[in-house]
Design a protein around this ligand. Structure first.
Ligand code: NAP
Length: 285
């Protein structure tokens, strides 16, 4: 049972976690903090949080769990604002989509990462954002990756694991570096491809016509290009090294497909498409 949960950024992820914990009776009180009073008031109205403060120091007072659910670029400034106010026994965790940058931001803000800091990342989301997009089932049966540091206290890790399990998630652990490499391939690259493809088509001369005749496949492939641009800019900047590595690999494979089309190499195309179909069918079903 969490006594007082303080959430920085009551949007899709922070709001959904609050809803799940409140619905299950796992949290006595939830306090929100962000930049917009209008957004926070809406969160109270929706029953996502009990109260809010625009003052970070006020918000963390007496909290036993503090969740950072702001865009990656805002993690550092938020941590700096609570540096002297975080209760000593409080557990600090985050939901950032890239982990090394958050660890760096927290360490820089506090001088050294607090022993109660547990980096985390729920592998769940939608292309919607803001508190109105939040729903309590978002994490049901979805994975949450925790990347504890050498300095992380065991009781803090246990508490964060229990919190996500209470929200319905399956919790796993891995190193910060491994997380960032895996997510660069499985999440960050697909988002870059979707954003890039839609932008490229939209800037073509007959874009109106292209979109008018776009069917299901186009919608499936590009759904994630409706995701929040600020969030994805921050992710690309935060995990650039791993993203560049996986993009280099993908670019080489794309060159291979281009060559196969250019030379009418149907056998190679068939081989690639069969391999891809088998892999997707195996992993997604
Ligand atoms: P979101 O719905 O846009 O919510 C972000 C919240 O942060 C907003 O409520 C916003 O409220 C607040 N915020 C933004 N900038 C801020 C700042 N400078 N200082 C204080 N508060 C600020 O975004 P989200 O999808 O929940 O993403 C939040 C985090 O979860 C990100 O770090 C992202 O990497 C991670 N994540 C996202 C997904 C996904 O699929 N969406 C999945 C896993 C992890 P105000 O406008 O009131 O400030």
């Amino acid at each position: 049972m969490i006594r007082r949960l303080c959430i920085f950024g009551v949007g899709l992820i922070g709001g959904s976690l609050a809803l799940a914990l409140r619905r299950g009776g796992h949290c006595r009180e939830v306090v929100g903090c962000s930049r917009s009073e209008q957004h926070l008031a809406r969160a109270v109205e929706r029953g996502v949080i009990d109260s809010y403060s625009l003052d970070a120091v006020e918000a963390v007072r007496d909290a036993d769990m503090v969740l950072l659910a702001v865009p990656l670029g805002a993690m550092g400034p938020v941590c700096t604002s609570i540096r002297d106010a975080l209760p000593v026994d409080a557990v600090l965790t985050d939901v950032g989509s890239a982990k090394a940058s958050v660890v760096h931001a927290v360490s820089a803000a506090f001088g050294v990462a607090p022993s109660g800091f547990v980096p985390g990342h729920p592998i769940a989301g939608t292309e919607q954002s803001g508190v109105d997009a939040a729903f309590p089932e978002l994490f049901q049966d979805r994975r949450v990756i925790l990347t504890p540091l050498e300095t992380t206290r065991k009781d803090a890790l246990d508490k964060v694991r229990a919190m996500w399990q209470a929200a319905g998630a399956v919790v796993e652990e891995m190193s910060v570096t491994h997380h960032d490499e895996v997510l660069a391939a499985t999440s960050h690259l697909p988002h870059l491809l979707a954003f890039g493809l839609v932008d490229s088509l939209a800037r073509m001369g007959e874009s109106e016509e292209i979109f008018r005749y776009a069917a299901g496949g186009f919608r499936d492939f590009t759904r994630i290009a409706s995701s929040d641009p600020v969030m994805w800019r921050d992710i690309c900047l935060a995990n650039s090294e791993a993203i560049l590595e996986v993009m280099k690999h993908y670019r080489e494979d794309l060159d291979g497909i281009t060559e196969a089309v250019k030379h009418g190499d149907g056998d190679l195309l068939l081989e690639i498409f069969r391999r891809a179909k088998a892999a997707r069918d195996r992993f997604c079903h």
